[in-house]
Design a protein around this ligand. Structure first.
Ligand SMILES: [Zn+2]
Length: 320
């Protein structure tokens, strides 16, 4: 039985994904930060095995900040990293693209405090990774395999992770807007196509909120070029939506980026309902703290004594 499970595991993960990967050559992109509006040049470089994703502020004598849960700073409108007072803001879309393309190790050089927002999705970062190429490394990957459920609840908002045989995400949102309402999406590593189904989904905001954010200088770089903007009836962007459920897909994109801060690929099923960056970060931090709820495994090892169980379905949400 154990052997059958191991064979199934190799099949599900894909033999190629048992090894670490970095990018093949440096690749660069420039743009402006969504929140700060500052111009920034970003260069993605290869990194040795077991480096993880590491940011380097070239404008601050090469100060290094590791993309790890312990360095998460502010998580309201974006996921920012901070170490010794040095900030790197809005990291989630690049982190999502790197995780979505199974890149374990990379050095990300930036010459300002915020990553470029580009078109508001992870697609330009996926294109950057494709341009750089992906290189398989000799070292094996280590996975965090979830053994017990871990949950964070905040009123109607919930996020939890359950044991599963691959990385899976179920995301549900509910907004009282005629174009959004209740949406849900499923993602499963190995059977969903991150690059075409998730990466193109753009960040979104409501016109009324955006005016408040703009007044408070929280979105100096925001425009219809880098976000889907909704008024009371619909989308004001002339090009419309990329997917009818682009909103829910973008939340999933953010979650994949935020969960990469675990530091290892996850084997487990994340179920999120009306969550956001702050709750994603809380669950990552709780999971890492509750050390008896997971085990570090090198694929295709299957943790013994665990039975995968389907994630419980949360109560159906009412659109509030
Ligand atoms: Zn986002």
């Amino acid at each position: 039985m154990q052997l059958v499970k191991q064979v199934l595991m190799i099949f599900l993960l894909g033999e190629n994904l048992t090894n670490q990967h970095t990018i093949a050559a440096p690749a660069a992109v420039s743009g402006i930060g969504l929140h700060t509006g500052v111009k920034v040049n970003l260069r993605l470089c290869p990194a040795p095995a077991n480096t993880g994703i590491v940011f380097r502020r070239t404008d601050l004598e090469g100060f290094i900040i590791e993309a790890q849960s312990r360095n998460v700073a502010r998580v309201s409108y974006a996921t920012s990293l901070m170490k010794k007072g040095v900030l790197i803001s809005t990291t989630e879309h690049l982190l999502s693209a790197l995780a979505g393309r199974d890149v374990d190790n990379a050095l990300v050089e930036i010459d300002n405090l915020e990553l470029p927002i580009l078109d508001g999705s992870a697609r330009p970062f996926v294109e950057l990774i494709t341009k750089a190429g992906i290189r398989r490394q000799r070292a094996r990957r280590s996975f965090i395999r979830v053994l017990k459920p871990v949950e964070v609840v905040d009123g109607m908002r919930r996020i939890a992770v359950y044991p599963a045989d691959v990385f899976r995400v179920t995301y549900r949102i509910a907004f009282p807007h005629p174009l959004i309402g209740a949406q849900s999406i499923e993602f499963a590593s190995g059977s969903s196509n991150y690059a075409t189904e998730i990466a193109p989904a753009r960040t979104f905001g409501f016109l009324e909120e955006l005016e408040m954010l703009r007044k408070n200088s929280l979105i100096r770089g925001g425009s219809l070029e880098n976000a889907v903007v909704l008024d009371r009836q619909g989308v004001i962007n002339p090009e419309g939506l990329r997917f009818p459920d682009e909103f829910c897909r973008h939340k999933l994109l953010d979650l994949i980026g935020d969960f990469s801060l675990v530091g290892h690929p996850l084997i487990g099923h994340v179920v999120a309902e009306r969550a956001g960056h702050a709750m994603h970060a809380q669950l990552v931090s709780r999971l890492l703290r509750e050390k008896n709820s997971w085990k570090l495994v090198s694929s295709p090892e299957v943790a013994t004594g665990t039975v995968s169980q389907p994630a419980p379905v949360f109560a159906t949400s009412e659109v509030s």
